[in-house]
Design a protein around this ligand. Sequence first.
Ligand code: GLU
Length: 395
Amino acid sequence: MKNQLSNRINNLPESATLAMAAKARELKAQGIDIISLSLGEPDFNTPDFIKEAAIQAINDNYNSYSPVDGFLDVKEAVCRKFKRDNGLDYKPSQVVVSTGAKQSIANVAMVLLNPGDEVLLPAPYWVSYAAISVLGEATPIEIPSSIDTDFKITPEQLEAAITPKTKMIFFNSPNNPSGVIYSEAEYRALAKVLEKYPNIYILSDEIYEHICYGEKIFSFAAIESMYDRTITVNGLAKAYAMTGWRIGYIGAPEWIAKACNKLQGQITSGTNCIAQRATITALDAPISKIQYMVDEFHKRRDMMLELLGKIDGFKLNKPGGAFYLFPDVSAFFGREIKGYKIENSADFSLFLLGEAAIATVSGESFGAPDCIRISYATSEAQLREAVARIEKALS
Ligand code: GLU
């Protein structure tokens, strides 16, 4: 049958993270003992105090449509969070609550991008930034980095990538997949470049802000000259173990928030009202209530750095946050191991899946073809077993 699908969907790559997670599920269902280190999803349950707030909301009959951009008191809770954690002043009219940070990002891309616009992606970057930019008919432009620069880009690289067509830059710290955290000084150095180009917008994805191991986090919008053209994206999925609840939000200039509200009103309407009610409880709680999860991720990061660090050919950076390791595995390229020809990170990832039953995500779709992403958001026992299997497969 002739392909009847739109060019839009035909040109859209599948999400590499979700595709690998689906593959791991499928193999598990076939009885194969897969350890999935593919998906960035906390292995904790949502804390009880948040679950109780949702149950209360059901009992209070929160069963109707909410305002498209979220209940006013939810947006007020978001404003309090921005002030408390980021020192940012947003009014509720600058906030839009959405069905996950992914929708928040897609909203912003759709309301700002035009065909022909260029979008800057400091690499490595989360897989969906590029795809969402393409959906917005813009051209993603990668700014490369490598493990040798701790996966950070320099102000000179940023300046060199800017053209008259540049409309937006995606910025993500702590970073998925590298885990690196830009310091305030590094933010300010990048902002100095952007100050010269007032037509460029900054989408600052801060979804991993609480999952950090001692380094200070900072927000783009906290730089005065950037505030009016930064869209700060965040959500509950990662820090509160609420991936399936689908709550994301933005703080943005009012005209951008208004446009996102209009778009959302034609596509999804307001997000799930039970999850919204629980959002108030989650955001108003002291961060100490979720620290036990961060402490556990911290322990696992250290353990994984130690264990993987012993494997020849795995070159590692020390991530300051998020729950991923992003080893450079290019030492294996050009080799044949147990019948697997390894030319690139996709081959290496397939080798780990086939030979060790370990699901990872190859670096190509993150704009870093020398690396693979390993999520350590799984139990210590599983992680130890995973490393043992990798060692065995390589032996
Ligand atoms: N953001 C997570 C990840 O990178 C969840 C999957 C996704 O939406 O990409 O694994």
